[in-house]
Design a protein around this ligand. Sequence first.
Ligand code: NAD
Length: 339
Amino acid sequence: MTRVAINGYGTIGKRVADAVAAQPDMEVIGVSKTSPSAEAYVTMQRGYPLYIADLAKKPAFDKAGIPVAGSVEEMIEKADVVIDATPGGVGAKNRPLYEKLGKKAIFQGGEKHEVAGTSFCSFCNYEEAFGKQFVRVVSCNTTGLSRLIQIMDQAFGVKKVRATMVRRGADPHDVKRGPIDAVVLNPVTIPSHHGPDVRTVLPHINIVTLAMIVPTTFMHMHVVQMDLEKDATREEVLQEIEGRPRMVLIRPETGIKSTAELKEYAMDLNRPRNDIWENCIYKESISVADGEFYCFQAIHQEAIVVVETIDAIRAITGTIKDPGESIRMTDEALRFTPL
Ligand code: NAD
């Protein structure tokens, strides 16, 4: 059993903790919070030992009736692997602690590539992460783009990718972020950082990305265009994507044409937290003409990187060599209800 500590029990950390607990070959040895909160109460319900970054804050946890198992450093000492799911930039500050204690750590997409030196996407470069001390799972947008590009590149060869990211303004719980009523160019300059980020896991891909933020919390929407090396038909593209792990073709018969209807569907199917770990490609949007491929895909920002993080644990600990096997184990343990 790989002993996993989750440093930062927020949007991503709490999902990773539940995903780790569901795996047959891993256990959660602790999670961390900085202050008492609803999520800290949830750790009690889940039975995850709770550690805190600053022991001076223990009286606040005592007052809230939330047991504290110790300091973050004590938690990390007990772990084989640390998942750093603290807010972007905090991971870089935590890295010296992981180094001092000689622990393996997995960072998230809010950190720069250089924090780990190896970025990770299960479909693209699992082998590259093998046995490494530090790995960074690329962001939600980058994971969604990279999975699709890798499939298309292996099947047809990709000459170039041009993609626009329509990004959610905030996660649903996040009452402090916006915009409330604007479309914000993010950034106004082109390209956005997503293209270079894809190249951290698929360095040979010619890609330019644009991004904007809109007032929604559900999901991101990607508008993707690729020039292909080989001639392909729409049917051939559908065949390549259909049945792949973590790739869903949204059937026209569902009538779903938005992110809101998609999230409602996931909720009705009783998915935990309504999470969608897969790329959701609107089947009707897939078009191929004159060597150009187009589609719309929706990406659930809170969920997509969770399954990749589980695979990254197996890669850096060297417990499973074959990415396909890790992907299968991860997804089976989470019991994906088909969309
Ligand atoms: P979050 O703010 O929801 O959660 C972060 C948690 O870390 C909070 O519980 C906070 O209390 C805790 N924390 C803060 N400072 C800490 C410290 N010094 N030590 C221990 N814990 C600390 O953030 P998030 O959205 O889960 O993001 C975490 C990482 O995942 C970031 O790198 C982010 O860019 C990345 N990411 C987020 C999303 C998303 O949609 N939310 C998607 C993909 C990747």
